[in-house]
Design a protein around this ligand. Structure first.
Ligand code: AMP
Length: 219
């Protein structure tokens, strides 16, 4: 089962993708995570992507298309029961390239799950978030603090990080890019008849429940 988790930055795609990995063995393919890894490693395309990401703009289509295509050929992905695209595709050109590469690899998309959220909530959600530096568990200053202050619930680490692009100015630019370039994809996938909407404003567990219901119907 291959799905896209779709929605603006801060909609909860990453949080929900991690839960689906745990519950269903699906593999999260986050182009944002892959680009951040390339930036941290200082690779050639990491260097080019860094400034674009810090401005809150989209990196060129061919960069992310190649990253995803290569990742789909790796053994863990090939042997998994399916993948969750998170943050990809973000433009019509990326969606068309995805259709083509999936057909070539004998795969198909089963659903595009759209997390519906109010723009106003997103800035607060994004600027308050942080992650465990060791295991990557996500937290939020207001909505999901560690049970013991300063200690990760999952792995006990006391180091946390914040994304360089999670400041208010960049968030507003990322939202603009979403509305201009990414939101039109909903119509693209509506034509394919595979869009399923869930209430992304609900509590995290409730959103998971709604997504699980969609996936149960597909199975
Ligand atoms: P994300 O972690 O999905 O919020 O992505 C962080 C940043 O990485 C975005 O603001 C873009 O600069 C870049 N990025 C991630 N995925 C894509 C994509 N599919 N197309 C273009 N840029 C992307």
């Amino acid at each position: 089962m291959n799905i896209i988790l779709f929605g603006p930055p801060g909609a909860g795609k990453g949080t929900q993708a991690k839960r689906l990995e745990k519950n269903r063995g699906l593999i999260q393919l986050s182009t944002g995570d892959m680009l951040r890894a390339a930036v941290a490693a200082g690779t050639e395309y990491g260097k080019k992507a860094k400034e674009i990401m810090e401005r809150g703009e989209l990196v060129p289509d061919e960069v992310v298309i190649n990253i995803i295509s290569d990742r789909l050929d790796e053994d863990d992905v090939k042997n998994a029961p399916g993948v969750i695209f998170d943050g990809f595709p973000r433009t019509v050109a990326q969606a068309e390239a995805l259709d083509k590469m999936l057909a070539e690899k004998g795969m198909k998309l089963d659903a595009v799950i759209v997390l519906d959220v109010d723009d106003e909530a997103l800035v607060e959600r994004i600027t308050g978030r942080f992650t465990c530096a060791k295991c990557g568990k996500g937290y939020h200053e207001k909505f999901e603090r560690p049970k013991v202050e300063g200690v990760c619930d999952e792995c006990g680490s006391t180091e946390f990080t914040r994304r360089a692009d999670d400041n208010e100015e960049t968030v507003r630019q990322r939202l603009e890019a979403y509305h201009a370039q990414t939101a039109p994809l909903i119509e693209y996938y509506e034509k394919a008849g595979i869009v399923k909407k869930v209430d992304g404003m609900a509590a995290i567990d409730e959103v998971t429940k709604q997504i699980e219901e969609v996936l149960d119907q597909l199975a």
